[in-house]
Design a protein around this ligand. Structure first.
Ligand SMILES: [Zn+2]
Length: 237
């Protein structure tokens, strides 16, 4: 490997780089030591050679390393369309063309690939469309975290069928009166009953999840205050 280091200076001509990459490809395919194979992939810069490795290597870490080095969208799209399992998601993660990302986010059959692509989209109207229409709550939650349109966030916080999506939207809302409405809505959806007196007549108060410091936790809290006996039950949203 020391010999090769000398040849990898940035000033070498393109042909020499490709020749080098072919030597590295040979190492990546055939060296007995896994770490040497992985290191060889790390040093390859030719896109066609990286595509070859991504397509044909049998070791998943080698494939992932090749994908990590690929910056050509057309190769990445090919992996998303024709690759296997988690590699499709890794390739989607690296695509930068917005129209391609939109196509994948709307049409891929794997919800993880849709979510990965959707999170890279910046066109808010597309994000809104996905937040309203994707059948999978994981995807809807992923795009909700990117949406800034307050009225849509309120709509999602009130009406999404999945609690984790409602919660993700609520976490982005700061208007106290809106949060109070959401807490009331959440109480209606969860039907909390006072454990002391069995009363269903509750006043609710929403507390944003602390994001830092001691006691920071992932869930916001809703206090359900019994209007009959004053008993307070705190439940994570
Ligand atoms: Zn009570």
């Amino acid at each position: 490997m020391a010999e090769m280091d000398k040849n990898l200076d940035s000033e070498v001509p393109r042909e020499a780089t490709i020749a080098n990459d072919n030597v590295l490809l040979d190492i990546a395919k055939n060296d007995k030591d896994f770490r040497v194979r992985l290191d060889a992939v790390e040093r390859i810069s030719n896109m066609d050679i990286l595509a070859d490795i991504a397509k044909n290597a049998t070791d998943s870490k080698i494939v992932s390393k090749a994908i990590e080095k690929i910056s050509d969208d057309s190769i990445l799209i090919d992996i998303v369309k024709n690759g296997k399992g988690a590699f499709r998601n890794e390739a989607a993660q690296r695509i930068s063309d917005e129209s391609v990302l939109i196509d994948i986010a709307k049409n891929d059959e794997d919800f993880l690939v849709r979510a990965t692509s959707a999170q890279k989209i910046s066109d808010e109207s597309v994000l809104i469309d996905i937040a309203k229409n994707d059948e999978n709550s994981y995807v809807r939650r992923a795009v909700t975290q990117k949406i800034n349109d307050e009225s849509l966030l309120i709509d999602i916080a009130m009406n999404d069928e999945d609690k984790s999506v409602r919660r993700a939207a609520t976490q982005k809302i700061s208007d106290e009166s809106v949060l109070a409405d959401i807490a009331i809505n959440e109480e209606r959806l969860t039907k909390v009953i006072c454990e002391k007196c069995g009363c269903e007549n509750m006043t609710v108060k929403y507390h944003k999840a602390p994001t830092r410091g001691y006691g920071a936790c992932a869930w916001p809290i809703i206090d359900y205050i019994c209007n009959d006996c004053g008993n307070i039950v705190s439940k994570p949203f």
